[in-house]
Design a protein around this ligand. Structure first.
Ligand code: G3P
Length: 217
């Protein structure tokens, strides 16, 4: 499973990248706002740092403008994936940009039917939002499962990029279902290393190391 980091925080991406945890990056307008950086500048910095796809989202809502913005974003680097919202205009932009050979990430997906449309429009990635469905008492993981089934039924190559991931459980379940990629904030990725039994076991080992005076160097 590929791990994308969902942030425009360059030092946080660099830290995870050094450990080989970063297969790509996703950003969105809210994350760009949070970074306080210029979208073109920060996106270029991220693209220079990371080899895999870096999703940068258009800000227009009308297809022609989305396409123009997408082409400008694509000039930043070869690893840009243009992110467009799952609207009819977004699907039109997806079709044109993907026909040009660009990677396109269709975002704000909340149903299997929407995911079907994105695949037919040539999307490289579909981004179903798990956490935001859970927020309104719907089942975000069920959506990942449904899209996996639909894409496998018809051999669509669009990759399922499980987004709006808030917990370690979202990551584990996405992997179990077979999502191709998860994108999660740096803190969620780092928290995957945590387990209370690891802490407890290490504390016991450290106590024995101290008692026995075990030394290696
Ligand atoms: O990539 C978009 C997605 O990560 C949004 O997450 O937590 O704002 O719903 P969230």
């Amino acid at each position: 499973m590929k791990f994308f980091v969902d942030t425009a925080d360059v030092p946080a991406i660099a830290e995870l990248n050094e450990l080989g945890m970063v297969d790509g990056v996703t950003t969105n307008p809210s994350l760009i706002k949070k970074s306080g950086r210029d979208i073109l500048e920060v996106t270029k910095e991220i693209c220079d740092l990371v080899e895999g796809p870096v999703s940068a989202e258009v800000v227009a809502t009308e297809a022609d403008q989305m396409i123009a913005e997408g082409r400008k974003l694509l000039e930043i680097a070869d690893n840009i994936a243009v992110k467009v919202p799952l609207t009819w205009d977004g699907l039109k932009a997806c079709k044109v940009l993907s026909d040009d050979g660009a990677m396109v990430n269709v975002t704000l997906c909340f149903s299997a039917n929407q995911a079907l449309l994105a695949a037919k429009a040539g999307a490289t990635f579909i981004s179903p939002f798990i956490g935001r469905l859970d927020d309104i008492n719907l089942d975000g993981m069920q959506l990942i499962e449904d899209i996996r089934t639909v894409y496998d039924n018809y051999n669509y190559e669009t990759e399922i990029l499980a987004a709006s991931i808030r917990t370690a459980n979202h990551v584990a379940e996405s992997a179990r279902i077979g999502a191709d990629v998860i994108t999660a904030p740096p803190a969620v990725i780092k928290a995957l290393a945590n387990h209370p039994l690891t802490d407890k076991g290490l504390a016991a080992f450290l106590a024995d190391i101290k008692d026995a005076g075990i030394k290696i160097l």
